[in-house]
Design a protein around this ligand. Structure first.
Ligand SMILES: Cc1cc2nc3c(=O)[nH]c(=O)nc-3n(C[C@H](O)[C@H](O)[C@H](O)COP(=O)(O)OP(=O)(O)OC[C@H]3O[C@@H](n4cnc5c(N)ncnc54)[C@H](O)[C@@H]3O)c2cc1C
Length: 447
């Protein structure tokens, strides 16, 4: 069989050549010396260890005739292992030996992996990969944090250590066909029998689902209460369990999956202690901050590409950047990006300093606001990049390279922005109706 690379040879690679200090987090005055040191080391690791793997992943997108899924799986599993060896996968166990706090590190890692960076060493842009970061978030945070929160020592040994320390793949399974934004409607049954739990139901849109070694699975116990169990997928060979890929047009390396539990028998010890929603929500503030960091890193990437293309491309005898309609949105978004980065850094530092803030409703609300603003900024920056690219933005070749569709999904991931905005605005306008005696003093007008 002839393997066909679908790339158009006439299309040149977009060359990001010019260093823009405003788009370099290492140059941002808001970071302190320790944070910069942590970040510099991380960027070096990315360039040496991750970038060759990211390039392999991208190249596989163009071989339409060839099944690429297994190759991608191997690369992604290898990347998570590499990340975990350096303490970059989950930060839940690594609380000592770092001058930079756990949540600040989690956010900086997310920013770096999504955004990539101009490398002075090799004088080229190291692109990063948003969907690999989504996989890191799903395994390292959305799986590890709830398991750490609600497990006893034996469960930690069995379920947490293999993922948090050894870099095996974790996933978090909440969403169902009828329970999307409205997760209270979850239907998956966790039937308690003598010494086991039998899981029956389906899950949808589960990041890492088909490559996961362990899944934290949310569902309903016999009494109707929401609960969480840990599923050891036995290397995806678990009896009566099936996982298939959902074909998405962005986030192509995040292995977003559909899962079927057709009476899967699990030992009783896999049940985590506590209410399912409390287990799922206790790490919400951290999740929102990491999602914000991802979106900001990705915004930076989109702005770099828009900027580079605007410098390179000539139409009507001028470079695109000479047209204000192209130039203005780029500079406006650079401004917004840096404002939101400072908010993010403030929040993650505060949360590291005062871990009790993880339970603060106001902190949760503020980070929700940040999540909405950052993911919308990422979304808009992608749309703007798409416009700047003209017809080329429509080709796989450029859309993949820039990850043009990745930020589209994050206005839904981690709580849809519409749902969050609706609840936010309702909270602002919550009020007690005026008391009767006041009402009597309001003059009645006949119309
Ligand atoms: C790439 C990707 C990865 C994901 N990974 C995971 C994962 O690892 N684990 C997991 O459990 N889930 C995951 N999800 C699922 C994600 O959390 C859901 O997509 C999300 O909760 C929205 O649910 P839905 O898609 O069913 O949309 P729906 O709930 O059907 O919503 C449709 C639209 O209606 C809006 N809407 C709904 N209710 C309201 C309301 N009350 N007010 C205003 N607007 C409303 C929504 O904002 C949305 O725009 C992932 C999704 C994607 C796209």
């Amino acid at each position: 069989m002839i393997i066909m690379d679908t790339r158009i040879r006439e299309f040149e690679k977009i060359k990001i050549q010019k260093y823009i200090p405003e788009l370099d987090l290492l140059n941002n005055p808001v970071l302190n010396a320790q944070e910069k040191e942590f970040l510099a080391e991380l960027y070096e690791f990315m360039e040496k260890e991750l970038d060759p793997e990211f390039i392999k992943l991208e190249d596989l997108n163009y071989l339409v005739e060839e099944p690429t899924q297994d190759k991608k799986r191997e690369i992604v599993v290898g990347i998570m292992k590499k990340l975990s060896e350096k303490g970059y996968y989950s930060t839940i166990l690594n609380t000592e030996g770092y001058e930079v706090g756990r949540i600040t590190r989690n956010a900086l890692i997310a920013y770096a992996i999504c955004g990539g960076r101009w490398s002075e060493f090799s004088e080229r842009y190291i692109a990063g990969n948003y969907s690999v970061e989504m996989g890191r978030l799903a395994g390292g945070t959305l799986y590890c944090n709830p398991v750490n929160y609600a497990s006893d020592d034996a469960q930690k040994e069995q379920f947490l250590i293999p993922v948090a320390r050894d870099g095996q793949i974790g996933a978090s399974a909440m969403t169902e066909f009828n329970a999307g934004s409205d997760i209270f409607r979850m239907e998956l049954a966790l039937q308690e029998r003598d010494d086991m739990i039998v899981a029956k139901g389906k899950k949808l849109f589960i990041t890492n689902g088909m490559i996961a070694d362990f899944i934290v699975l949310y569902g309903r116990l016999n009494n109707g209460q929401l609960a969480a169990v840990v599923v050891d997928t036995k290397n995806q060979q678990l009896k009566n369990f099936r996982s298939t890929r959902v074909r998405t047009y962005g986030m192509t390396d995040a292995f977003v999956s559909r899962l079927i539990f057709d009476r899967v028998e699990l030992p009783k010890e896999s049940l985590l202690k506590g209410h399912g929603l409390d287990i799922a929500f206790h790490q919400l503030t951290e999740e929102r901050l990491v999602i914000s960091a991802e979106a900001l890193g990705d915004t930076m990437k989109k702005l770099l590409y828009s900027h580079a293309y605007a410098l390179q491309r000539r139409q009507f005898e001028r470079r695109l950047h000479q047209y204000q309609v192209i130039r203005f949105p780029i500079s406006r978004k650079i401004r917004e990006l840096n404002l939101l980065i400072s908010a993010l850094i403030q929040y993650v530092r505060q949360l590291d300093k005062h871990p009790e803030l993880a339970g603060s409703k106001l902190m949760a609300a503020n980070t929700m606001g940040l999540k909405i603003s950052t993911t919308e900024l990422g979304f808009e920056s992608a749309i703007h990049c798409f416009r700047t690219m003209g017809g080329r933005g429509f080709t796989r070749q450029y859309a993949n390279e820039i990850g043009l569709f990745d930020p589209y999904c994050m206005v839904h991931g981690g709580g849809s922005n519409y749902v969050l905005e609706d609840s936010e605005s309702r909270r602002f306008f919550k009020y007690k109706p005026p008391r009767r005696e006041f009402e009597d003093t309001i003059p009645k007008i006949d119309y």
